[in-house]
Design a protein around this ligand. Structure first.
Ligand SMILES: [Zn+2]
Length: 359
């Protein structure tokens, strides 16, 4: 009851008075209520173990009648993107009140989407220099209907950089866009049962060095031997002049050829970013290690990393949702959803064979 009431407040932030102090006050109240609610819940480890113990009846993917209209699903994603990149979140820097506000919102969205694994928190520690720091991943889970004993792990980092001087770095593209995309996929799986079980992992401390994804790979809720694929969403909101969304990770997986020709769209899906790239003769971007797919890649797990090229507002206080084209973002989500359902049809054995070559 409290959770659903809180969610209504949070999701209507964009229409609340544009007063940051008021929003923060509302959210701090939510933090307290959420902490109480969380304490009463079980951990995802229990949920995953319990569901893994169930007999895995091999059923075909069930395409239930979709209740969510595509436009409705997009409207939700757009609202998630705006809320997560609101000034009230203070740039979502790891271990700040702004990051906790983001988690309050995400826990409530996970619960609303009926993901298993409450209270979703997976704290971890990491070292920077001589100091020990703490981050918190959020992990939700949906059981599959075909091979529930195998898992696709969808990742998107919710942390960002906090502020620059007096200005807040809202990180709308980096990476409110990816987290809203993760919630979009979670919403789709509420209506249609995926073939594989899906772990929805919103990572923390990506900006500091992919620490959330590293922690997940190091101490996962289910053994890595049961993972078939990582789908990583990081900066999927800005196609810029070329209207281009990039997917990386296909080069060494021949059975994924044709992935970019599956849809006719004014947004082009381009297979690229599979190796280091020299940018305008200035600096090199190490795409295979640039985001949360890297720890999965190093563990030999096939990955698909959806993102866009670096743009002028990358890691600046100008990365705001007002600079994201809803038309581009909707098409990007449709592309990602199409690929998400398509990869469900690839047999687990084929993914396993692809493991060695995807490092
Ligand atoms: Zn970033």
């Amino acid at each position: 009851m409290c959770i659903s009431i809180n969610l209504m407040y949070c999701r209507r932030w964009p229409i609340l008075p544009n007063n940051r102090a008021f929003k923060v006050l509302v959210c701090l109240l939510l933090v307290g209520v959420s902490a109480l609610a969380s304490a009463a819940d079980s951990t995802i480890a229990n949920v995953v173990q319990a569901s893994a113990a169930q007999p895995s009846a091999a059923q075909p993917v069930t395409a239930k009648e979709s209740i969510i209209h595509p436009d409705q699903a997009f409207a939700s994603a757009w609202q998630d993107l705006q809320t997560l990149s609101d000034d009230a979140m203070q740039g979502r820097k790891t271990a700040t009140a702004g990051a906790e506000l983001a988690r309050v919102y995400l826990r409530q969205r996970f619960a609303e989407l009926q993901l298993q694994g409450q209270p979703y928190d997976w704290p971890f520690q990491y070292g920077v220099g001589f100091s020990e720091r703490r981050g918190i991943n959020l992990v939700g889970y949906r059981q599959g209907c075909g091979r529930p004993d195998f898992y696709i792990i969808v990742t998107a980092h919710y942390d960002h950089l906090g502020g620059a001087g007096r200005r807040i770095m809202n990180g709308a593209d980096d990476n409110a866009s990816g987290v809203a995309g993760l919630l979009y996929l979670a919403a789709l799986t509420e209506q249609r049962c995926p073939f594989y079980s899906i772990i929805f992992l919103a990572t923390d401390a990506e900006e500091a060095g992919l620490y959330g994804a590293k922690a997940f790979v190091k101490t996962p809720p289910v053994p890595a031997s049961q993972w078939v694929l990582n789908i990583n969403l990081d900066m999927i909101g800005r196609g810029e002049r070329r209207n281009k969304l990039v997917v990386a990770g296909t080069k060494k997986l021949p059975f994924l050829q044709g992935i970019t020709e599956r849809r006719h769209s004014n947004v082009r899906l381009v297979a690229a970013h599979d190796s280091k790239q020299l940018m305008r003769g200035q600096h090199t971007i190490d795409w295979p290690n640039a985001s949360d797919h890297a720890p999965f890649r190093k563990a030999g797990i096939p990955y698909l990393y959806f993102g866009v090229d670096v743009h002028p507002h990358y890691h600046t206080p100008d990365d705001d949702w007002s600079r994201i084209s809803p038309q581009f973002y909707q098409e990007a989500l449709l592309w990602i959803a199409d690929v998400f359902w398509w990869v469900q049809q690839i047999p687990a054995e084929q993914w396993r064979q692809g493991q060695a070559s995807s490092r």
